[in-house]
Design a protein around this ligand. Structure first.
Ligand code: ZN
Length: 279
């Protein structure tokens, strides 16, 4: 099933996406509430989706599937080609940082280039959305902890990223965590480690890889994070970006006002944004 958070006539709703249509779920809570109640809701929602109807997707405004996740964690240095282009060594342990809740952005909304910054970069990533979650989840059981997946862009302000040993500030600018266009439930995705993912800037392909190349796979990521921390419904994990970021190009190519950035993942869809330079 594909589940989207959207706005129609000024109201935020959750809808089931079927083809080019979106069907109001009738659910009054947030996506986090829906994920929490999923076992009780899923059959009814599947029936609603099968009945068809609804509005054209083009007529509604999609919001981020989880507009305010409890936690957003992102792993660095998790594709071999990106580690090499970053002149880093493969990490022995997983390297995690957080992105602020307030950096979440809708899938087709403008991304802000903050005033005075000039090193804004893109990173297409598979995002895992936590379902049941929990603590002390083993890699063997991790698949059961995940609700679904969506496309993310781990937009990064490189100068700020490297201004301190902690990357979180340079990863947490407003609008720098666009996600969407919807969540595809885990059962429909199947193997999350066999998905092609690509990023385009103004139509030029900059990143082109496959989640089969993840250094630490999604199951290992869930195991590692849940050692000491409870993963909760709707928490979002950015699972790493492949090579091809602007900072590694020669000469370096950072995003500028008016650029169009498109991130797509097989089976999940695409998100696309115009870069908007703040005055
Ligand atoms: Zn990243």
């Amino acid at each position: 099933m594909k589940l989207a958070t959207y706005n129609a006539a000024g109201q935020t709703r959750i809808g089931i996406v079927v083809g080019d249509r979106i069907i109001d779920s009738g659910f009054g809570g947030t996506m986090i509430d829906l994920i929490r109640d999923w076992d009780a809701l899923k059959d009814g929602l599947a029936a609603l989706g099968a009945a068809g109807g609804g509005a054209m997707l083009a007529e509604v405004t999609l919001e981020a599937p989880v507009p305010r996740p409890g936690k957003i964690f992102a792993i660095g240095l998790n594709y071999a080609d990106h580690i090499a282009e970053s002149n880093m060594q493969p990490p022995e342990r997983q390297v995690w940082f957080t992105k602020a809740q307030t950096s979440v952005n809708a899938p087709f909304a403008d991304i802000a280039i903050a005033k005075g910054t000039m090193t804004t970069d893109y990173e297409v990533e598979l995002v895992a959305v936590i379902g049941k979650g929990g603590k002390h989840i083993t890699a063997t059981d991790a698949a059961d902890a995940i609700f679904g997946y969506c496309v993310g862009n781990d937009v990064t302000e490189r100068m700020w990223q490297h201004a301190s040993p902690q990357w979180s500030l340079g990863k947490s600018f407003d609008t720098h965590a666009p996600m969407g266009p919807w969540i595809v439930t885990a059962d429909e995705v199947g193997d999350p480690h066999a998905l092609g993912l690509r990023c385009f800037v103004n139509g030029e392909k900059r990143q082109d890889s496959n989640t089969s190349h993840l250094v630490f796979n999604v199951w290992q990521q869930v195991e590692h994070l849940s050692i000491g921390m409870t993963l909760e419904p709707g928490d979002c994990l950015f699972t790493g970006t492949p090579g091809g970021v602007g900072a590694a190009m020669d000469p370096r190519q950072f995003l500028k006002g008016g650029d169009v950035v498109r991130c797509e993942i097989d089976g999940l869809g695409a998100i696309e944004a115009v870069m908007a330079a703040e005055g």
